[in-house]
Design a protein around this ligand. Structure first.
Ligand code: PMP
Length: 370
C-alpha cells in the first residue's frame, strides 16, 4: 500500500477485523432463497420478545442522551452477579472494554501484552492501534493452555495477559484452579484479563469461571458480553468486572455515551427474561452434543467445547477445507473458515436451532460424500 504521510505507521498497514459473512451478502451473491448463518456465535433463538417489547416501549426516548456510566444496568448486573456496583464497567460490546484496558494499563513503546496464539483477533488489533507491542505464546497440544510457557514469557513490562475461556475458536475451557494459579504467579503490576465471552454456555459454570472468586484476586479482570447468550450482538453491550480503582479509571476515560440508551434498556430486560435465557442454554447444550455426534460420524475430528460453537477438522476429505466452506456457502450455509486465526485446516460452526443444525449436517454430508 502507498505510504500516506498523514497516517500513523500502525494505521498504514492495519488489517481490519475479519467478521463472519452476512446473510444478505450471501443472498445477493448466490441468489438463494434460504441462507443460514452459523458463523458468528450469535444466539440461535434470536432476541427475547421481552427485550423487543422494551425496545419498542422506549423508542420515543432516543432523542435524549443516555445517563453516563449506565448506572441502572450497573446496579442490575451487580445484583445479578453478586458483586459491588463499583466493580462493573459497561461498554459498547466487550470490544470497548478490551480497548479501554489496553489504553489505561499499557504504556506504548515500553509495555507489552501477552496472548496465546491463536486467539481472538481483537486483542492484537486493538493493541496495535494503541502502539502497544503484542507478544505471543503458542497454544499447546490440542489447543490447551501451556501455562509454564506463558509465565516464562512474562516480564516486568507485561502490562496485560489476555486469556479467553472458553477459548475462541477452540471452545476449550481449563479448570478454574489453573487460572487461580496463573493469577497468583503473575508479577504484581501485570493484569490478568479473563475473557469469559462464552462462559454462559459452560457447564457447570462454577467449574470454569473466575467471576465468583474475584474478591481474592486484586490483579484480575473478567469480561462478559450480552452478544451471545442474551442475543444482543447488534446492539453492542458488554462489560468488565474488575477492581474498583481500575473500573474508576476506565469510566473516567471512556466516551461518556458509548453504551446507548436502547442497549441499556435491552440489557436490563434481557437479564429479567430468565425463560429466554434457559431456552437458549438448552438449545445450545442439546445442539452442541448432537452436532458433535453427527460431525464425528461424518469422519470429522471435533474438539470438546464449552462454548456455543464447535471447532472441527475434516476427515480424509478429497476437498480442501476452504473448498468445503465455499460449497456450503453456495448451498446457503455460512460457517467460519479459520484462515484469519492461522488455522487453515479447521472450520468453526456456531450451534444453531435444531432445524439449522440439521440443514448444516445434511449439506456438509452432501458436499463430502455427494
Ligand atoms: N471476546 C471474544 C473471545 C469474542 O469471541 C467476542 C465476540 N466475537 C468478543 C470478546 C466481543 O464481544 P462483543 O460483541 O461484546 O464486543
Amino acid at each position: 500500500m502507498q505510504q500516506q504521510p498523514f497516517l500513523r505507521p500502525e494505521v498504514q498497514d492495519f488489517s481490519p477485523y475479519t467478521p463472519g459473512l452476512s446473510i444478505d451478502e450471501i443472498h445477493e451473491k448466490y441468489g438463494l432463497s434460504r441462507v443460514i448463518k452459523l458463523a458468528s456465535n450469535e444466539n440461535p433463538l434470536g432476541v427475547s420478545s421481552l427485550v423487543q417489547k422494551a425496545l419498542q416501549d422506549h423508542a420515543a426516548g432516543v432523542f435524549r442522551y443516555p445517563r453516563s456510566g449506565s448506572p441502572e444496568l450497573r446496579a442490575a448486573l451487580a445484583a445479578h452477579l453478586d458483586v459491588p456496583e463499583e466493580w462493573i464497567v459497561a461498554g459498547n460490546g466487550s470490544d470497548e472494554i478490551i480497548d479501554l484496558l489496553i489504553r489505561v494499563a499499557a504504556r506504548p513503546g515500553r509495555d507489552h501484552i501477552l496472548i496465546f496464539e491463536p486467539s481472538f483477533s481483537m486483542y492484537r488489533l486493538l493493541a496495535k492501534l494503541s502502539g502497544v507491542e503484542i507478544r505471543t505464546v503458542p497454544l499447546g497440544e490440542d489447543y490447551h493452555f501451556p501455562w509454564d510457557n506463558l509465565l516464562r514469557a512474562v516480564t516486568e513490562e507485561t502490562a496485560l495477559v489476555f486469556v479467553t475461556t472458553p477459548d475462541n475458536p477452540t471452545g476449550y475451557a481449563p479448570p478454574v484452579q489453573e487460572l487461580e494459579i496463573l493469577a497468583r504467579r503473575l508479577p504484581s503490576r501485570t493484569l490478568l484479563v479473563v475473557d469469559e465471552a462464552y462462559m454462559d454456555f459452560a457447564s457447570p459454570m462454577d467449574h470454569y469461571s473466575l467471576l465468583s472468586r474475584l474478591r481474592d484476586f486484586p490483579n484480575v479482570v473478567v469480561l462478559r458480553t450480552f452478544s451471545k447468550l442474551y442475543g444482543l450482538a447488534g446492539l453492542r453491550l458488554g462489560y468488565g468486572v474488575m477492581p474498583p480503582w481500575l473500573a474508576d479509571a476506565l469510566i473516567r476515560v471512556k466516551p461518556p455515551f458509548s453504551v446507548n440508551i436502547l442497549a441499556e434498556i435491552a440489557g436490563l430486560a434481557a437479564l429479567r427474561d430468565v425463560h429466554f435465557v434457559q431456552a437458549s442454554l438448552d438449545c445450545v447444550q442439546v445442539g452442541r452434543a448432537w452436532l458433535t455426534t453427527e460431525l464425528t460420524s461424518l469422519g470429522c475430528r471435533v474438539f470438546p467445547s464449552q462454548a456455543n460453537f464447535l471447532l472441527f477438522r475434516l476427515g480424509h476429505a478429497a476437498m480442501s477445507t476452504l473448498d468445503v466452506f465455499q460449497k456450503l456457502l453456495e448451498q446457503g450455509v455460512i460457517i467460519r473458515p479459520l484462515k484469519s486465526y492461522g488455522m487453515e485446516e479447521y472450520l468453526r460452526v456456531t450451534v444453531g436451532t435444531e432445524e439449522e443444525n440439521r440443514i448444516f449436517v445434511r449439506e456438509l454430508e452432501a458436499v463430502l460424500h455427494g
